[in-house]
Each structure stands twice: as structure tokens, then as C-alpha cells.
Design a binder for this molecule. Sequence first.
Ligand code: PMV
Length: 367
Amino acid sequence: MTAQDFILNTYHSDIESGSVKWSSPSNIALVKYWGKKKDQIPENPSISFTLSDCKTITEVTYTKKETKDFSFDVYFEGEKNEAFKPKIQTFFERIETYLPFLRDYHFKIETSNTFPHSSGIASSASGMSAIALCLMSVEEQLKSDVTLSAVERSHDKSYFNQKASFLARLGSGSACRSIEGELVVWGDNESIPESSDLYGVKFEGEVHSNFSNYQDTILLVDKGEKQVSSTVGHNLMFGHPFAKQRFDQAHENLAKLKAILASGDLKQFVEIVESEALTLHAMMMTSMPYFILMKPNTLEIINKIWEYRAKTNSNVCFTLDAGANVHVLYPFSEKGNVLDFIKNELVRYCQNEHYICDQLGLGATRI
Ligand code: PMV
């Protein structure tokens, strides 16, 4: 697939109006994407767990109009929201080549999250993937006069997911990994032949039952706005002294993780996942200008997890995204014990003792 394959050429429709709705989850990377080229092409491949309960629900209502400019309104949790508009305007500009109907309709975009607003959880992955999916459903409705055979339809489903992921990527890179579950790879990598820089693909390799229902408890250490955005952080990988080594390492870690997912070796899993999290933050600390997104409580939690693991031989581990919150990952078989540990020893490091329990999920759903 190339970007050209996602251009909708034959669009013509008399449909005046319609409405579509999707629920799309967040995801947490195990091998991290950090550094990008033009058009959100990643500098290195990444793989993530799709989450189940941290989701954005978005409804898009479209109505035909005469003018040829972009026209849309955004409602967040029932209230008209002007703050999200510039991001969506930029998104529309980036994707209009692929969705020529964007200028022909007015769009009412109503969105809400299942997780609390300003929890410090990145909502861009779930948010951008939910809009991308809605726009794909609009595309599908506008093409609905075309009669498709069953084979074409099944091809259509993978095309739908690929293009939704392709569009989501243009909104926010990591959003392209939120369309499907439970594991998604994004970025060309030799060990995963179907992988692509253009969109996320479901990881089709063998996955050991140790990873069934894998748990992610998100400890909300800092709910504030990040001091340095991911966009700025990605850009600081240009000319970064360790960039090449880091990008090579991500390729190697993905290949190693593929084997670990098959073997079910949790000790090796923990090693790769924690090393990836710390490497991501090491890149931030060694950028110029340098910055730190972890907070003292992030480190307290990491140390407690290491102590607990040494004491109990548990397979609990942590990962981080571009912020201070800690994702605590553990097998389903350890759920009871680890939740006790979290409640007794980690919750005190969370802002207002807030944390969110989530687990592996299957991807977005149409509502
Ligand atoms: O999708 P962005 O541009 O917000 O970047 C997210 C990058 C990380 O969350 C730090 C890592 C990742 O792979 O999700």
C-alpha cells in the first residue's frame, strides 16, 4: 500500500446528511515511537497494547453545504469547545487529499472520554482514531451506491481499517495504533513483514497465553498539562546525539519482543518494556534543550515496583508515556496480589489517590 492507494477518486453522492458514531480506545506502547519524519512518518517502529476501557466516543453528523471551505463544530462532553478546533482544522487540511468530501459537508463532532478530563492521560490516540473512524464511515456511506461482492467486502474491511489508521496517524502518530487490538505494530520492521510506516497493523504473530487479559493500571501521578508537548519532543530527535542508536535499538527490541510474545517469557518481557520506558525518558533528558517529564513520585513508584518484584518474584512492571503517569502492567493471574500492592503501597503517590484499572482490548467499535 502507498499513500496514493488511500485517495478516494470516484466520490460522488446525492446523500444530504447522515450520522456515524465510534468508540475508540487508547493504547500504551511497549516499544516506543519517539522521533518522526515529515507527515508523521515514524523514525522507528513501535508496538502497543490496545486498551479496553480508556476510550473516546465520537459522533459525527454531516450535512451537505454549498460553500467550499471546511466547516465544523466541536462539542466536548456536551459543551461547545473552541479549544479543539485548530487541531481538527490542521487534521482536515492534512487528510483532505484522501477524503475529498470534507469540503462538501458541515460536520458536527460530538466527543467524550470514558476517563476523567485532565487526568494527564493522552486522549489524542483515542480522540484522533475515533474521528478518523467516523470519517471512514462517512466515506463508506457516501460510496454506498456501489454494490460490492462478499470478497470485495472482506477486502473492504481491511482497507477500512488500514485507511482509518492511515488517517488517524496524520492526526496524531500513536493514534494509528488504536483501531485494532490487542497488539498493534506501526513502522516498517524486518521481523514483521506486513508492518508499514503508513498505518498500524494488528500483530499477527504467536502470542502466549501469559499475555491473555494482560492488565494495565494507570497511576495518575500528575494530572496537569505537560510542560513539553510530544510534538516538540519528537522534533528534538533531529540532531539528537543518540538518535541513530535509539532508532536501531527500537528495531532490535521489536524483533526480541516478537519472540518473547511467542515464548511467554515474562522476565524478558519486563526487561524490554521497562528499558523502553526509561530509554524514552533518557532521550528527553539528553535532548538539547533537555527536559524531564517524570516527577519525584514517578521514581518513587518505579522503586517500589522494583522492591516488590525482588521480594515476591512477581512479573509486575512499569511503562511510561510522554508524561509523569505510570502504567503498571501485569499478568491477569497476578491481578489480586498486584492490586493489593497498588492500593497499599502505590496509591499514596497518585494525585488525589487516583488510578484507572484497564486491560488489553480488542480495538475500536462502531456504535
Ligand atoms: O502520538 P504522539 O505524537 O502523541 O506521540 C506519542 C509518543 C509516546 O506516547 C511517548 C510513545 C508511543 O509510542 O506512544
